[in-house]
Design a protein around this ligand. Structure first.
Ligand SMILES: [Mn+2]
Length: 346
């Protein structure tokens, strides 16, 4: 448990480090395939930096997915960002990673170079990453369901939460971040509801939720990914818990979540990636009440990978292994057996 006093100090200490020895420019970098939580957090931090410090900042990221863009458009939320390829690393700047805290996790070489050429690296994140990343950067970590909640907490400690709430665009973004990262409040905490009560007074909450819920047809590659994933499922029942392992080229997070919807207690989706000839493998886990941390840690340890875990609900591991997929998934299933007990083949 964190007492209010402790987190107060944590937020303000971070802010002090971030803003003393100030750079000419802050580059705010949300994780790749930026979601609402990452986008909302970046935009609110940008507002904090301009209103409190008058320091210039720029958000550097790839375009959000078509689905995300659709929701932003429907809700009249304008976003200003720069593509990684358009950013010149010549000047002096500090980097702030948002909703992500491991520079190694970025796949894009351009972003890696951008981070590498920065003066200092900061990160604000709610994913638990062990010790894999925090050595090289200044991290503001807090175990809450969304990074948006950390940024709202920071705004509150700095005494400017009301300024944020007055900005309709930021209020809508914050709601989107909280609603989606808590999976429509499944993971919400009392503080999520406290912020939601302040935010929802300002804007039409119903319109935001309706827009998020609108059923849009999935793009063809996504439908194919879901169906191929099902075709390739390796299924075990371990002590009445259903464990699924499968693999896809993309949409691994969505596939992992939909396997839970279909009845799995633990879903594991392996996704081999290739970036400029370099191979890496992403392993995404989703769980209903199964302790993820020991499983994720062991897989990451065995393959020398980095990982992130979110409240025993979601986990992600990135490994650079040339292991064949079928061998890898057997090995991962062995690790799951070890933690859950012997399984029954189905
Ligand atoms: Mn998040």
């Amino acid at each position: 448990m964190h007492s209010l006093k402790q987190s107060e100090n944590k937020y303000l200490k971070f802010w002090e480090k971030l803003t003393t020895d100030r750079p000419e420019l802050y580059v705010l970098i949300p994780h790749e395939k930026p979601d609402f939580d990452a986008i909302a957090s970046s935009c609110i931090l940008q507002k904090l930096l301009t209103t409190l410090m008058q320091i210039k900042s720029v958000i550097v990221m790839d375009s959000p997915t078509l689905e995300t863009q659709y929701v932003l458009r429907e809700l009249n939320i304008d976003l200003v960002w720069m593509n990684p390829g358009d950013f010149s690393t010549e000047g002096s700047y500090d980097v702030v990673l948002i909703d992500s805290s491991n520079p190694e996790r970025f796949i894009s070489e351009q972003i890696k170079q951008l981070i590498g050429a920065s003066r200092r690296i900061f990160a604000i994140d709610h994913h638990f990453t062990g010790e894999s990343a925090s050595a090289t950067l200044e991290l503001l970590y807090h175990p809450v369901p969304a990074t948006t909640e950390i940024i709202l907490g920071l705004s509150e400690e700095l005494g400017v939460l009301s300024n944020i709430l007055e900005d309709e665009r930021l209020t809508k973004l914050a709601i989107l971040g909280l609603v989606t990262d808590t999976y429509f409040f499944t993971l919400a905490t009392p503080s999520t509801f406290r912020y939601m009560s302040k935010l929802s007074e300002r804007v039409q909450y119903i319109k935001i939720v309706e827009t998020l819920r609108k059923k849009r047809e999935q793009p063809l590659p996504e439908k194919l990914a879901r169906l191929k994933a099902m075709q390739r499922i390796m299924l075990r029942v371990i002590n009445s818990k259903i464990v699924c392992i499968t693999h896809v080229g993309s949409y691994e997070s969505k596939v992992a979540s939909s396997l839970l919807d279909m009845g799995a207690d633990l879903s594991i989706v392996i996704s081999p990636k290739r970036e400029r000839g370099k191979k890496l493998i992403r392993v995404i886990l989703r769980s209903k009440g199964i302790q993820l941390e020991p499983i994720v840690k062991e897989i990451a340890d065995v393959y020398g990978g980095s990982y992130g875990i979110l409240m025993n609900y979601a986990g992600g591991i990135q490994i650079s292994s040339k292991e064949r997929i079928d061998k890898l998934r057997k090995a991962i299933m062995e690790i799951v057996f070890k933690h859950l007990g012997e399984g029954v083949e189905t």
